[in-house]
Write a protein that binds this ligand. Structure first.
Ligand code: EPU
Length: 285
C-alpha cells in the first residue's frame, strides 16, 4: 500500500492543459522510501523515468510517455502542516493548500500562491512565481532524493534558484520542503489573497491551460509581445492563443498536443521573423 500503479494511464487526466497520450507506467509512491525504490528500480533496469506533479506546466505529446511516470501523492507527499511559524509541505501538496495552511496559522506571504495550479514539487523544480514573488523567496530547506538514491536535506543558501529553473533539481527529486513567511493577521492575509485573485482573474484566462507558455525574454514580456504581434485568438484546431493573455494557450475542448505545439511554433516563428526575438518555452514540452 506504499505504491499505486497503472498501465497506460492517459496523461490528459493529469495535466491542466487536458492534453497528452498515455504514460506506460503511472506510479504513485506514498512514502520517501517507496519513491526511492521506484527510482532505483528504473535506473537499474534502464527504464526511462520522469516525475510529474500537478501537470500544470507540462505539455505531453499525443503519443504519450514511454517508461515510468512517477507522481508523488498521498502519505507524506500530501501532508502539510504549520510548525513554529514555518510550513512543511510534501511534494504532492497544491500551492493553494500550502497558502491556506499558512493563513490558518497566521503566517503571511504565501497569498501569491492562491492561483497557481501546481504542486510543491513542481514549484520547487522550476522556482514557480507570480505577483513578484518566487517559490525560493520562501524556502527554508528542501528534502530531496539525490542521484545516489540518498535522501538529503539542503538549506536555502546551498541551492541556486534562477528564474524558473533550479539546476540542482533537474536530476535530484524534491520530496518535501519547509517554507517561511511573516506572522500576520487573518484579515491582512485575506486582503492580499483577494487582491491577488482579482488581479489574476482580470489578467489571466480561466479556461484549461498550462499557465504561461513562454519565459519572459529580456526584451519584453512574452504575453505583451504575442499581443503586439496580433496573435491573440489565433488557433490551430481546438488550441487557441487566449484573448485574455497572450502568453496562455487554452484548450477549447478536446485539443491535441500537436495542435498546441503548432500554435507554439507559429508564435516562435513570427516573433523571430518580425522582432528577432527567440522565445523559449517555460512549459516543459
Ligand atoms: N500584456 C499585454 N498583453 C497581454 C498580456 C500582457 O500587453 O496579452 C502586458 C501587461 O499589460 C503587462 C505586461 O504585459 O504590462 C506583463 O503582463 P503580466 O503582468 O500579466 O505578467 P507576465 O509577465 O505576462 C508573469 C508570469 C506569470 C504570473 C504573472 C503575474 C512569466 C512567464 N509569467 O506574467 O506566470 O502569473 O507574471 O505575476 O514569468 C506562469 O508562470 O505560468 C505564469 C502565468
Amino acid at each position: 500500500d506504499e505504491i499505486d500503479a497503472k498501465l497506460y494511464e492517459p496523461m490528459r487526466r493529469h495535466t491542466t492543459m487536458l492534453v497528452g497520450g498515455p504514460a506506460q507506467f503511472w506510479i504513485e509512491p506514498h512514502s520517501f522510501e517507496a519513491f526511492a525504490a521506484v527510482v532505483s528500480h528504473c535506473r537499474e533496469r534502464g527504464i526511462a523515468l520522469r516525475v510529474v506533479g500537478r501537470g500544470s506546466n507540462l505539455l505531453v505529446r499525443d503519443g504519450g510517455i514511454r517508461g515510468a511516470v512517477v507522481h508523488p501523492s498521498g502519505g507524506v507527499f500530501s501532508e502539510c502542516r504549520a510548525e513554529d511559524g514555518k510550513v512543511i509541505a510534501g511534494a504532492g501538496v497544491r500551492l493553494k493548500k500550502l497558502a491556506s495552511v499558512a493563513q490558518a496559522a497566521g503566517i503571511g506571504g504565501f497569498e501569491w500562491m492562491e492561483g497557481i495550479p501546481g504542486n510543491v514539487g513542481g514549484a520547487l523544480r522550476m522556482n514557480a512565481g507570480a505577483m513578484g514573488t518566487e517559490t525560493f523567496d520562501q524556502v527554508v530547506s528542501v528534502t530531496f532524493l539525490d542521484e545516489d538514491g540518498e535522501i538529503r536535506v539542503r538549506s536555502r543558501e546551498e541551492i541556486v534558484a534562477n528564474y524558473r529553473d533550479v539546476p540542482e533539481l533537474r536530476r535530484n527529486f524534491a520530496l518535501q520542503a519547509t517554507f517561511e513567511g511573516k506572522p500576520d493577521t487573518a484579515e491582512a492575509i485575506q486582503g492580499r489573497w483577494d487582491a491577488s485573485r482579482s488581479k489574476r482573474r482580470a489578467s489571466q484566462p480561466v479556461a484549461a491551460s498550462a499557465g504561461c507558455i513562454f519565459k519572459n525574454p529580456e526584451e519584453t514580456p512574452a504575453g505583451k509581445l504575442v499581443d503586439e504581434l496580433g496573435l491573440k485568438g489565433s488557433n490551430e484546431g481546438k488550441a487557441r492563443v487566449s484573448e485574455v493573455h497572450g502568453n496562455f494557450i487554452v484548450n477549447g475542448g478536446g485539443a491535441t498536443a500537436s495542435e498546441v505545439l503548432a500554435v507554439i511554433e507559429r508564435i516562435k516563428a513570427v516573433a523571430r521573423e518580425t522582432r528577432g526575438i527567440e522565445l523559449e518555452t517555460e512549459v516543459k514540452v
